[in-house]
Design a protein around this ligand. Structure first.
Ligand code: GTP
Ligand code: MG
Length: 707
């Protein structure tokens, strides 16, 4: 989970924390006493993280410090809903939030939300919080028909998932359709502040007509009626049809029909340009193999553009040198925790800001170590563009490209799957190879081939040889003759400004996946942070907090620690909320428009692409399911079909297993409900990643929300 970088840190405080890191036992060992056997030091009721060695409470499914999942095999199914079939799952709150406020809300079953099954005829069993579907391996189309509304006549079309272009966006841009069928009419009950319950349909593709557009909140029981409604005969029919399926349960609740896209007219303030003088935000993920120099590069950039003062930098240098980590001084700007500094690796995504000529850049410095890929996913999923940092030194580039453990490839694939199509390849540490043009060309040729296979176009890739340590090609053209003699392209800051501004769709209902939660007990307030994926926000606006289904009011907004009056799609903001209990707000949740809640589901149909060197996926395989800022334990309950990479046609129905580089339609059941949208409705909330045994095994999109 991302955490914000504190500029102008109080060094006494940091130093104090750092000292706290060492416990008494360390000191005793130093004094020459025989250290106890490690096993004996593990307190009863705790388990020790194999990564950072922190002793976690037995109930924690993942490490409280580094957020790495506990080894699945070591967890027994103790009846706890959070521990399912030897798997651990939790959306997880950030280290920062946890350390600041001890009791973050855990995933809580919300009584207010009731999702109604669309096809009760379909056989279903529940086992330990997982829905295990009867092993229906019949005809593929029959299966889909089982989920289709009775009078739905459209054919089931499975979109192609091009093998060498693993971006889910490519699917949609080619106009393919998903095999969605029944989710549109699902209902969600919303508890109003006065205790009354109202039910609204969970919308998929249907857009909304903001009641705010008319300057008022609709009364809870008012049915929206507009002149063009009649033109939407089929949509309305399909909605009513779905509602009828559950008429027994929904008859007594007030329902509201979603308006059509044509009717939606966002308010003027939502569409207006940025505030006077403020630049477009560009969320820039810094990714790449461990130790390639991502944090050093980010810290140096912040320093060179004046965001970190000379005095502050001097302090970092002094501190780092004192700890024998002199070469990490710039990385310490981003790596703030004692653990990160001690180990010399980034563990969570750090967020920092600087202004270029064109953009207000949000730097998302990701961890490169393979153990922290889940944190990288959670933070870098907000990216509009990325800098892929490559270590040019001999052997290091090759290690990053290794299919078994090289993060250059994994990060590139993930970032493309986040929908990022603009990438700057920063070939760093050129000083270590004497600024060799041949080395640069070799890297460009080998990595370029791989990036093209991920779906990056040549025109969207910028290659820059640089040296962070020797300050070559960062914010000015290279001064070292060994580099300037053969490279005359843009330097890094120039390249950032040459990126195209990301498209912001403010014409959709509000969606803000919650990345982080900070509760202030003293003020009774809750603040969340994240990137607005759709719509706009301003103070006083009522928002629906999912999955709890509670309403809250936006009290204030902050962008880069500065308060602002409004935020629009694409902005990375902190939002303080009032009128809601902190226990109902959680990382992995979503702020949305009260009339257009996201779906909260456990049973999903996905179209996936298995990655290179991925382990086989079988029916029953347990995986980690990642979507926006949520991570859940999941089980593959069906493999419906294998797809042809080029045509998207079904080549095999009900295969027994999936191996590397295959695209397929599968169903997963999650251990706990997650806020989700179909990919065709909202890309950011419909992109998923499956991981197992510490590696990403598949990227995919949500094609249907089943339950
Ligand atoms: P993770 O976040 O753990 O993946 O590492 P990172 O990619 O952030 O690397 P980091 O910035 O921590 O730097 C790792 C080491 O590379 C440090 O010792 C840096 O001093 C060194 N380094 C960074 N840039 C350069 C460079 O341009 N030249 C040389 N020679 N060393 C560099
Ligand atoms: Mg780092």
């Amino acid at each position: 989970m991302p955490r914000k970088v504190n500029y102008g840190v109080d060094y006494d405080e940091v130093y104090g924390d750092y000292e706290d890191y060492f416990d008494d036992s360390d000191i005793e060992s130093d004094a020459g006493e025989v250290p106890e056997v490690e096993q004996d030091l593990i307190k009863p009721g705790t388990w020790r993280c194999s990564i950072c060695t922190y002793d976690n409470d037995e109930s924690m499914p993942f490490c409280d410090i580094c957020e790495v999942f506990r080894e699945p095999s070591s967890i027994c199914n103790n009846g706890n809903n959070r521990t399912v079939h030897n798997m651990c799952e939790e959306s997880g709150a950030s280290i920062m939030a946890k350390s600041l406020f001890a009791s973050l809300p855990h995933q809580k079953q919300n009584m207010a939300i009731t999702f109604q099954r669309q096809n009760d005829d379909f056989m279903r069993k529940e086992t330990n919080n997982f829905c295990r579907i009867e092993n229906t391996q019949g005809e593929f189309y029959d299966f889909h028909n089982a989920f289709k509304p009775p009078n739905c006549s459209y054919p089931v079309i499975i979109a192609p998932f091009k093998f060498d272009c693993p971006s889910p966006d490519d699917l949609v841009s080619r106009g393919k359709q998903s095999s969605k069928a029944v989710s549109k009419g699902a209902l969600v009950s919303i508890t109003e502040k006065n205790g009354s319950v109202r039910t609204v349909p969970i919308t998929g593709r249907q857009e909304y007509s903001s009641p705010l557009a008319s300057g008022r909140q609709l009364p809870a029981n008012e049915t929206t009626r507009t002149s063009s409604e009649d033109n939407l005969h089929s949509l309305t029919n399909s909605l009513s049809m779905n509602l009828e399926v559950n008429s027994e349960r929904s008859r007594n609740v007030t329902t509201r029909r979603a308006a059509s896209p044509a009717q939606y007219k966002p308010e003027a303030w939502m569409l207006s340009d940025n505030e006077e003088g403020s630049k477009n935000q560009l969320n820039l993920a810094i990714v790449g193999h461990v130790d390639s120099g991502k944090s050093t590069l980010s810290g140096k950039l912040l320093h060179l553009v004046g965001r970190i003062s000379q005095k502050e930098m001097h302090k970092y240098e002094k501190e780092a040198k004192l700890k024998g980590k002199g070469s990490f001084a710039y990385a310490w700007v981003l790596d703030e925790s004692a653990e990160e500094r001690e180990r010399g690796i980034t563990m969570t995504v750090a967020v920092a800001y600087f202004d270029s000529k064109k953009y207000h850049v949000v730097v998302l410095d990701s961890p490169g170590h393979k153990d922290f890929v889940p944190n990288m996913i959670s933070g870098a999923t907000q990216a509009d563009a990325a800098i892929l940092v490559i270590d040019a030194s001999t052997g290091a580039f090759e290690a990053g490209m290794d299919s078994n453990g090289g993060q250059t490839k994994e990060h590139a694939q993930l970032i493309r799957s986040f929908g990022v199509d603009q990438i700057i390849v920063a070939v760093n540490k050129m000083d270590a190879v004497e600024y060799s043009k041949e080395r640069f060309e070799l890297i460009k040729q080998q990595l370029g081939m791989f990036l093209r296979s991920c779906g990056f176009k040549d025109s969207s890739m910028l290659w820059i040889p640089l040296s962070t340590i020797e300050n070559q090609n960062l914010v000015a053209a290279a001064s070292d003759g060994r580099l300037s003699s053969w490279y005359r392209g843009p330097y890094l800051l120039d390249a950032i400004d040459s990126l195209h501004p990301p498209v912001r769709d403010v014409s959709k209902p509000l969606l803000l996946p919650i990345c982080d939660v900070i509760k202030s007990h003293s003020l009774g307030q809750v603040a969340v942070s994240g990137k607005l994926e759709a719509g706009a926000l301003r103070s006083g606006l009522k928002v629906l907090v999912m999955p709890s289904g509670e309403l809250a009011t936006v009290r204030s907004l902050e962008r880069d620690s500065q308060s602002c009056t409004a935020a629009r799609a694409g902005d990375n903001v902190a939002v303080s909320l009032q009128g809601i209990d902190g226990g109902n707000v959680m990382a992995g949740g979503v702020l949305c428009h009260p009339d257009f809640p996201v779906a909260v589901a456990t049973h999903l149909e996905l179209k996936v692409l298995t990655l290179e060197a991925a382990m086989p996926i079988l029916i029953g395989s347990q995986v980690e399911f990642h979507v926006h800022h949520a991570k859940k334990a999941a089980r593959v309950v069906r493999i419906l079909s294998l797809l042809d990479q080029k045509t998207g046609k079904v080549t095999k129905r009900a295969p027994r297993c999936l191996t590397a580089k295959q695209s397929a339609v599968i169903e997963v059941v999650l251990g706990e409900a997650v806020c989700i949208r179909e990919f065709s409705d909202c890309r950011a909330l419909g992109r998923v990643f499956l991981r197992a045994s510490g590696r990403t095994i598949a990227v995919g999109i949500v094609t249907r929300i089943i339950e």
